[in-house]
Design a protein around this ligand. Structure first.
Ligand code: ARG
Length: 458
């Protein structure tokens, strides 16, 4: 394969060790597209004749059909997707196929293909994120009246609207989408024409191939173009953060669907049974999303580690860049799809949520706020309500069950109005600050989200 330089054949294990075809064939279409752009430019600049360019492009178009139809035999002896496709092209068009690689190296070729492949995956993930954001807004809209326990330290803290909780995920996913969109600006440059590393003496037109491939501009420095993989690290970083969010969501679904919480019932379509315990319904999908988060983080750590010690420019170590990135893209896209399908079908146990929300003195802050509004310094109000909580705990009742005279003994400023303050719905709707959990503020968030989604859709 390497022409005249070698007298002996490559060792068989080395051949398999060196090959990347099993992984990089995933970007076969991108490779053909890159070649079509390159061949077109070679013809336009007169580096090959226009007849030769036409023959190359026609051959590549036919090859593209075969790749799309999964009608190509991939061979380990031909090492990678680039050599495989060049060989298949040459078989089809004859020796002229050998002109395709003029003024090009696999180093700029692979960097180009990989950017094209990650651009397509980024756009797909952006679509899926947008869809899942819509699912959260719909859930929030549908369940505006559902009261839910808000937690800190996994201890009931203050009651909130279930909608509010759903909208928190909307915000996280909005930032995730933004990270992918921002990354496109840096990904969108064409390495093609950088050659092996230093450029080429042929009169190529890098702006033309960049345009043909839909890139914003050619990469400005040929050494950088073939040697960096920061765009893939950025992709993996954005993927890891999004998976971290999906993993937290999954953890909540797992908790909420347990007997102890009993807040939701996950749909049969997204749960499984046990081979031995007939009663079981397990949240496998949520658990696997949580579990698969590990492999995406692993891909990020893996590529950072591959790159950290490499001298410029291309090093074969970099062939390790694609497996983790493609796996992460596939994993994240699948997890987003699963969440968007599963969440609308989950059944809420509203009474259980409401009951849990009203427990554990989740209205204590409101009584302290009430006293503070009456002029008592908040620290003293906090102390007084703390004492009332201790009394209520002692009696095995809630704050609103304490008689007024008991309350007044601890906090003389209190009167009948305290009971209205302690009411669960009043507690939720008292949180009227911007971004808070009161009904008007939650509706405001829903409106804002709907406006954003509509603007993106257009
Ligand atoms: N399969 C190689 C990769 O993915 C393509 C580039 C090979 N370049 C080279 N100089 N051996 O990195």
């Amino acid at each position: 394969m390497w022409g005249g330089r070698f007298a002996q054949a490559t060792d068989e294990l080395v051949q398999r060790f060196n090959a990347s075809i099993d992984v990089d064939r995933e970007m076969a279409l991108e490779d053909v597209d890159g070649s079509i752009a390159h061949a077109t430019m070679l013809g336009e600049t007169g580096i090959v004749s226009s007849e030769e360019a036409d023959a190359l492009v026609a051959g590549l178009r036919a090859l593209r059909e075969r790749v799309a139809a999964d009608d190509v035999d991939w061979s380990v002896e031909l090492e990678d997707v680039h050599m495989n496709l060049e060989k298949r092209l040459t078989e089809a068009v004859g020796p002229i196929g050998g002109k395709l690689h003029t003024a090009r190296s696999r180093n700029d070729q692979v960097a180009t293909d990989f950017r094209l492949a990650l651009r397509a995956r980024t756009l797909r993930i952006v679509e899926l994120l947008r869809e899942l954001r819509g699912v959260f807004v719909d859930l929030a809209d549908r369940h505006q009246s559902v009261i839910f326990p808000g937690y800190t330290h996994l201890q009931v803290a203050q009651p909130v609207r279930f909608s509010h909780h759903m909208l928190a995920y909307y915000e996280m996913l909005t930032r995730d989408q933004g990270r992918f969109e921002d990354s496109l600006a840096r990904l969108d440059v064409s390495p093609l024409g950088a050659g092996a590393l230093a450029g080429t003496g042929f009169p190529i037109d890098r702006h033309r191939t960049s345009d043909l491939l839909g890139f914003r501009e050619p990469a400005a420095n040929s050494l950088d173009a073939v040697s960096d993989r920061d765009f893939a690290i950025e992709f993996l970083s954005a993927s890891s953060i999004a998976m971290m969010h999906l993993s937290r969501l999954s953890e909540e679904l797992i908790l909420w669907s347990s007997q102890e919480f009993g807040f939701v019932e996950l749909p049969d379509s997204h749960t499984t049974g046990s081979s031995i315990m007939p009663q079981k319904k397990n949240p496998d999908v949520a658990e696997l999303i949580r579990g698969k988060t590990g492999r995406v983080f692993g891909a990020l750590m893996g590529l950072l580690t591959v790159m950290k010690g490499l001298p410029l420019t291309y090093n074969k170590d970099m062939q390790e860049d694609k497996e983790g990135a493609f796996d992460a893209a596939h994993t994240l896209a699948t997890c987003l799809r699963l969440c968007a399908d599963m969440l609308p079908r989950m059944v809420l146990r509203e009474a259980r949520m409401r009951h849990a929300a009203g427990r554990a003195f989740s209205n204590a802050t409101d009584l302290a706020d009430h006293l503070a509004r009456g002029g008592l310094p908040f620290r003293q109000a906090h102390e007084a309500v703390g004492r009332l909580v201790a009394i209520a705990l002692d009696r095995g009742v809630d704050l609103q069950d304490l008689p007024l005279d008991v309350m007044r003994e601890v906090a003389p400023a209190l009167d009948e109005r305290a009971y209205a303050v302690l009411d669960l719905d009043a507690v939720v709707d008292a949180r009227t600050s911007y971004g808070g959990t009161s009904l008007p503020r939650v509706r405001e968030q829903i409106e804002r989200a709907r406006t954003m989604l509509a603007a993106e859709g257009s």
